[in-house]
Design a protein around this ligand. Structure first.
Ligand code: SF4
Ligand code: SF4
Length: 129
């Protein structure tokens, strides 16, 4: 399936903010400092490492609006403070393509993919823009 790289709208996609993995988004020490007062709300420790919390299959910082008769809308509630890994995922990049291919339908309200999130550098970014 060919995915258009142009005209992508992260706020209508949200795919890269979804995962069934509790360790999906690593939060480094610098990330924790940048999160400031939001850190305790959106991040927590698993063992001796910090990660963003995951709720209902997506990052806890993701605001999901699902109108009964319209397309889902996504927004990152900590956009200016989001972790570096989220900043590094570029819209329209190969990683973005992979995220959308695997999880766009899930984010839009469909079933979760059977396969786990893609491996490699943690993808995430979302509602980035
Ligand atoms: S960066 Fe994330 S939210 Fe934006 S288009 Fe790519 S997968 Fe979707
Ligand atoms: S971009 Fe925002 S909502 Fe998406 S995973 Fe990163 S912090 Fe969470």
């Amino acid at each position: 399936m060919e995915l258009p790289a142009s005209g992508l709208d992260c706020q209508s996609c949200g795919a890269c903010c979804f995962s069934s993995l509790e360790t999906y988004v690593r939060v480094s020490g610098d990330d924790w400092m940048r999160l400031g007062s939001e850190a305790e709300r959106v991040a927590h420790f698993i063992g001796n490492r910090a990660y963003l919390r995951m709720t209902d299959g997506h990052c806890a910082a993701l605001i999901v609006i699902r109108p009964p008769d319209g397309r889902a809308h996504f927004a990152c509630s900590i956009y200016d403070r989001r972790p570096q890994v989220c900043r590094d995922l570029e819209r329209g990049s190969p990683s973005c393509d992979a995220e959308r291919m695997v999880k766009a339908a899930w984010a839009a309200g469909g079933l979760r993919p059977n396969s786990p999130a893609p491996s490699g550098p943690t993808p995430v970014a979302a509602a980035c823009g």
